[in-house]
Design a binder for this molecule. Sequence first.
Ligand SMILES: [Zn+2]
Length: 223
Amino acid sequence: MSHRRILTSLAGLAAAALAVPSFAAAAPTASTPAASSAPTTVSSYTGSPQDEAATKAFYDAVMKSARAKQAKAGNKLAAVTVTYAVDAPSFASQISSSTSIWNSSVSNVHLVEGSNYDFYYTEGNDSRGSYASTDGHGSGYIFLDYAQAEQYDPVRITAHETGHVLGLPDHYSGPCSELMSGGGPGPSCTNPNPDATERAQVNSLWANGFAGFGAKAAFHTSK
Ligand SMILES: [Zn+2]
């Protein structure tokens, strides 16, 4: 599939983007090289300093791609449609559940699986756990980690990472009732639904974002 090729080309960029020392903000020995003592089980779902910046870049890229297609279609009033592809067969049902949750939770953006996608889901083993990333040119992906999905609820993980696509930042200190608290409340938290505040945030982000869309911007729509 075409996004296999994209994934390969993204690997270096993703590695570079995520190469920031993950415990620099929290570890008391942050001023010294972390190579000797840093844990290897870093997880974006449960929290790492670079997650917010990566999420913002991903959101910006997806927003640009989705809006460019909508502008081309001449439809400036309907909800923005964000199209995704699935290269994560183990998580097909969880992705479907996540899509249903989000589409029934918000009105200003709509997720649909299809070709000419804005982002895609993929899966595998990664010591950082699940995360969202981007190539910075209107394309990105959500990586779903096998081991983490055995420890934490996989629908909550999938819906949480999709929340980043829709523009929500992490809030690990929040309660289980918040989707973007991610792994913060621990593995016993299985809530896959955004709360009222998170729903309102997404609706606001996509409504305001679309209003601020400028036609002069150059977009990369070919994939
Ligand atoms: Zn997150």
